[in-house]
Design a protein around this ligand. Sequence first.
Ligand code: SF4
Length: 71
Amino acid sequence: MYCNIIPENCIACGLCQIYAPEIFDYDDEGIVLLKKHSDKQQQIIPSEETDNVLIAYRKCPVRAIELIKET
Ligand code: SF4
């Protein structure tokens, strides 16, 4: 599974980092970034983080997180 983030949509609510702290982090203004790939907006999600990222995806109030299944 791939995860895309859309920082332009992010309202800095902080929920995704609560549910998936190994994947999401924030810049100085609280806008989402990828913790281990802060220069990118997409990464592959390790299987052990899938459940956490699914919760974060569902909790994000503005759909600033997208999930794409690997084919
Ligand atoms: S849950 Fe969504 S709006 Fe909230 S910080 Fe994360 S990406 Fe931004």
